[in-house]
Design a protein around this ligand. Structure first.
Ligand code: ADP
Ligand code: AMP
Length: 217
């Protein structure tokens, strides 16, 4: 049983590391960004509410995202643990998670400077079908423009343009960064230097998790 939160700026590598943790620990990745994008694509009520916020680089209102996570965590595949990627992003979201009765084992905080984030998100390519993430220079797919995992065409996210990235970073610093102290106070925070090659970051993330639960991976 391993309930994990991945914390970090947009583009810090949460999704990239979540994929690696999934492979080692066999627990699902719950990416609120992916859930929201799927809802937008399917035109659901929640998706319609979220769209203007996402496109402007702002956070979707807490109650909308909390409801999505509450529903997702009730599914069977979360019984042996899960990786929350991109949630919580505000203190009220973290409090809601506690009110749901969810115990968190570890919060992995991936630290990357803002100027590196700008470069990373500019070169990000995403698979809207399976959620896999690539970077044109630093983490390229085997075949340009095609997802390694499912063979679908890769896309550029609408919110990965420079002015929207700047807004997302501004919001990260004001709304999400306070969660570091929130989880430090609860003795859950593990800081990882994220401005290194993917494999080096993964090695630190997995060793932090294995030290908590040596029998699971
Ligand atoms: P997040 O989920 O935190 O928004 P992603 O995992 O999508 O971040 O990563 C953002 C971009 O940076 C992607 O293009 C990804 O391929 C790339 N990336 C992720 N980790 C690294 C790394 N350690 N070094 C270089 N590029 C990375
Ligand atoms: P991500 O894929 O994690 O970068 O998320 C993409 C966008 O979805 C964010 O910029 C927000 O608009 C929205 N979003 C994702 N997770 C949350 C969250 N926990 N709270 C509010 N909005 C979110």
């Amino acid at each position: 049983m391993m309930n994990i939160i991945l914390l970090g700026a947009p583009g810090a590598g949460k999704g990239t590391q979540a994929e690696k943790i999934c492979e080692s620990f066999h627990i699902p990745q719950i990416s609120t960004g992916n859930i929201i994008r799927a809802a937008m694509k399917n035109g659901t009520e929640a998706g319609k509410k979220a769209k203007a916020f996402v496109d402007a680089g702002q956070l979707v209102p807490d109650e909308v995202v909390i409801e999505m996570v509450d529903e997702r965590l009730k599914q069977d595949d979360c019984k042996n643990g899960f990786i929350l990627d991109g949630f919580p992003r505000t203190v009220p979201q973290a409090e809601a998670l506690e009110q749901m009765g969810v115990q968190i084992d570890a919060v992995i905080d991936i630290e990357v400077p803002d100027e590196v984030i700008m470069q990373r998100l500019g070169g990000r390519r995403c698979c809207l079908h399976c959620g896999a993430t690539y970077h044109i220079s630093w983490n390229p797919p085997k075949v340009e423009g095609v997802c390694d995992k499912c063979g679908e065409e890769l896309s550029i996210r609408k919110d990965d343009k420079p002015e929207t990235i700047a807004e997302r970073l501004r919001i990260y610093h004001s709304q999400t960064k306070p969660l570091e102290d929130y989880y430090k106070g609860r003795h859950k925070l593990h800081e990882v230097e994220g401005n290194r090659p993917v494999e080096a970051v993964t090695a630190d993330v997995l060793s932090a998790l294995r030290s908590l639960s040596p029998l699971e991976a």
